[in-house]
Design a binder for this molecule. Structure first.
Ligand SMILES: [Zn+2]
Length: 308
């Protein structure tokens, strides 16, 4: 039986959670403040993890990619940018391939590492994404959150209902769907979820829910099927921008959706941002460390488990 594995993954982008917008100023703050905090935590606990960079932030500040290399972390792709129109569920096959190829080359040029892992921005994908990934030399996707249920809470919620039927253990995908098993060359390493996403956002907003999730996820991993724990966090959760005034952007026309998606969501999503997120994250890490989990990059996990 494979040892208990914990894959900590980080999405690095210019999203300001406080201002609900993409900003270069936030990207620089992520580089100067958020990334050093995360890298210190990993160094302290002797952990190797995977960083998914958008091409946009890599171009804005290439050192943000370089800074992870000496500690042995994996450089991975988070697509070209988090702009809504660059979502992989709305782009044509050709455009998806262009974005993937461009970002892969950029990250490889900066880092000198081969980039084979991908996670789509906001986990938005469509039936073409698997083929686009394969044709551009990617080998591992991690955009599927098996059994996660978002509904109104994230963009493209209805399409994400496919998550409910996706396999839980890592698998080779079928050519036409990342959500189903097949004999294609692409590996899917699903994000952990227990109804709600098992991510930094849940950890910050509802620590008591994460407390329950963590026990369920550990039970599955250690007693039921050996599924690796896959946690998703963002260095922008460790920065504090609350000195900047904000108004809530209205993204939804429907008043109920506006209340749910924009107002409540913005209020909630900013809880425990900045330094307050550090002890919460370390508590998460210690839980697995104390139970003998091995921490590794996504790529290393795939090699060790024989998937790659
Ligand atoms: Zn992202």
């Amino acid at each position: 039986m494979i040892e208990k594995m914990c894959l900590l993954t980080n999405d690095v982008e210019t999203t300001s959670i406080w201002l609900n917008d993409l900003r270069d100023a936030t990207g620089l703050k992520v580089y100067r403040e958020g990334m050093p905090i995360l890298l210190d935590i990993y160094k302290k606990h002797n952990i190797k993890s995977t960083f998914y960079f958008t091409g946009y932030i890599a171009r804005l500040v290439p050192d943000i990619v370089k800074m992870i290399i000496k500690d042995g972390h994996e450089v991975a792709s988070h697509g070209k940018s988090h702009l809504k129109e660059n979502g992989f569920d709305v782009m044509s096959f050709e455009r998806q391939k262009r974005h993937l190829a461009e970002t892969k080359k950029l990250l490889e040029d900066i880092s000198g590492q081969e980039v084979i892992s991908f996670r789509s921005p906001a986990l938005r994908v469509n039936e073409d994404t698997g083929r686009a990934l394969i044709e551009t030399g990617h080998k591992i996707d991690s955009s599927v959150a098996s059994q996660r249920f978002d509904f109104f809470m994230s963009f493209g919620g209805m399409k994400k209902l496919k998550w409910l039927t996706a396999p839980r253990l890592p698998y080779h995908t079928s050519p036409d769907s990342l959500f189903t098993k097949g004999d294609g060359p692409l590996i899917e390493v699903p994000l952990s979820a227990l109804f709600l996403p098992y991510v930094g956002t849940t950890m910050r907003i509802f620590p008591w829910i994460t407390n329950i999730q963590r026990h369920g996820i550990h039970l599955e991993s250690s007693k039921i099927n050996g599924k690796p724990v896959v946690f998703d966090i963002h260095p922008n959760e460790f920065i504090d921008e609350s000195d900047e005034p904000r108004k809530i952007n209205k993204r939804s026309k429907n008043p109920v959706a506006y209340l749910l998606q924009d107002v409540i969501r913005s209020q909630l999503k900013t809880k425990n941002l900045g330094k307050d997120a550090i002890p919460l994250y370390e508590k998460e890490i210690m839980f697995y460390k104390n139970r003998g989990y091995q921490f590794s990059t996504v790529q290393e996990y795939c090699r060790k488990s024989g998937l790659l």
